[in-house]
Unconditional design. Structure first.
Length: 180
């Protein structure tokens, strides 16, 4: 398998993972497995993929940190698994890029989630025509909206962090593409 084909499949799987997480707040195992399995042909096909031992150590460290975050219910299990396999692709060379892009995108998602929590009750009526595309809309209940007077008791917002992980992974793919 050629290096560009490996990168194209990797990018496609990341996009599907982001869309699935956005739609259902779940990242299917087959997507994570696909990203991980593609790393092996990438190692063979890519000329710069020589740092695989350190990539394995980094991925193991990412998994261990992610397991702690999962146990504390900060990250979902699919997010932890996806971060682990994307760090394989990033290796030491692109780890900072991956972490930076993922963190910045995650911050934007958090801001959007907070806005949705606070103003979702006003936005939902505008999105109803898009319901077949977006799937089920979960607005903040009316009694928990600012008009209901109980803002402090608003339900927690879950973030589709797979979007941030995939964005960081795509940044890594672009860097790899420049080097082949």
């Amino acid at each position: 398998m050629s290096a560009p084909l490996c990168l194209a499949l990797y990018a496609a799987l990341l996009l599907v993972a982001a869309l699935e997480d956005l739609r259902s707040r779940r990242i299917p195992n087959w997507l994570v497995l696909g990203v991980g399995v593609l790393w092996a042909p990438w190692l063979v096909a890519a000329p710069e993929a020589g740092g695989w031992p350190i990539a394995l150590v980094i991925a193991l460290a990412a998994f261990m940190i992610g397991a702690v975050l999962f146990a504390r219910q900060i990250l979902g299990g699919g997010d932890v698994k996806l971060i682990t396999v994307v760090t394989l692709w990033a290796g030491m060379e692109h780890l900072a890029l991956f972490a930076t892009v993922m963190s910045l995108t995650g911050g934007l998602l958090a801001i959007a989630g907070l806005a949705w929590q606070r103003y979702g009750w006003m936005i939902v009526p505008l999105l109803v025509p898009l319901r077949p595309t977006l799937g089920p809309l979960r607005p903040v209940p009316a009694d928990r909206s600012p008009a209901g007077g109980d803002r402090e008791q608003a339900l927690p917002v879950t973030l589709p962090y797979g979007v941030a992980i995939a964005t960081g992974g795509l940044a890594v793919a672009l860097q790899h593409l420049k080097s082949i």
